[in-house]
Design a protein around this ligand. Structure first.
Ligand SMILES: Cc1cc2nc3c(=O)[nH]c(=O)nc-3n(C[C@H](O)[C@H](O)[C@H](O)COP(=O)(O)O)c2cc1C
Length: 223
């Protein structure tokens, strides 16, 4: 393998970055009773401590041909039922999840030296929940949901803008833009949730909540 870093000092510095985490730790005694409470506490802390888009998560799915696929989505709700996000059910991820609900998620809160990983299954939320969420979106985002067949190819930017224009015309006299049937939420029901805290000399803390019936078992993993 060639070493591109050898010729470009900026690239070299990027590839050689080595942060020795420290100071903070995560111990069994610090954990909340369930992963939802623990996650909520860390999410609030991420927001308070200035993480940019702390609700952004990288979502991994499995395509119908077995190939993995990933993308970022925004978490829009969390409670004991699971982790909710919204999308187009006919998008690549939407089709993948309707065929195979298995998911893996990571919240990469690098500036806090933390990540949360979630493994489980995602299912569509109730239509009423999608309606309620859609109704609160800005009108531009509502029109965009009608204008974009997410993940499908399009000939040009102009063609996309024409679709937006057509959707605006369609709803010009409508006080409310209705939710397209193909747009809505998924809720991820976790089987495992791992909380990772970076520590010095790569001896990080990894505490895993593992679902056991209606309880959660906690396991420490080697870094
Ligand atoms: C910060 C960020 C937040 C995003 N949030 C969402 C989201 O909540 N829902 C969504 O469908 N796409 C969201 N996207 C776009 C997705 O990453 C992705 O491009 C799109 O959903 C199509 O993915 P797919 O082709 O794998 O289905 C977001 C992208 C970024 C960078």
């Amino acid at each position: 393998m060639t070493d591109p870093a050898g010729t470009d000092p900026t690239l070299e510095s990027a590839l050689r970055t080595h942060t020795d985490y420290g100071v903070e730790k995560l111990e069994e005694a610090d954990l909340a009773a369930d992963p939802f409470a623990q996650f909520t506490a860390w999410l609030a802390e991420a927001a308070e401590r200035g993480v940019y888009e702390p609700n952004a998560m990288v979502l991994g799915t499995i395509d119908p041909d077995g190939a993995p696929s990933i993308r970022t989505v925004l978490l829009r709700g969390v409670d004991e039922r699971g982790f909710a996000f919204y999308t187009d059910y006919t998008s690549r991820k939407g089709r993948a999840l309707l065929a195979n609900p298995a998911v893996a998620v990571v919240f990469p809160w690098y500036t806090l030296h933390r990540q949360v990983k979630i493994f489980g299954h995602a299912h569509p939320v109730e239509a009423a929940d999608s309606d309620a969420y859609f109704a609160n979106r800005p009108r531009g985002a509502q029109v965009a949901a009608w204008s974009s067949d997410q993940s499908q190819p399009i000939a040009s930017r102009e063609a996309l803008e024409q679709k937006v224009h057509d959707a605006e015309e369609r709803f010009v006299d409508a006080p409310e833009v209705p939710r397209p049937e193909r747009w809505g939420g998924f809720r991820i029901v976790p089987d495992r949730v791992e909380f990772w805290q970076g520590r010095t000399s790569r001896l990080h803390d990894r505490l895993l909540f593992h679902r056991e019936g209606s309880d959660w078992r906690i396991e420490r993993l080697q870094p």
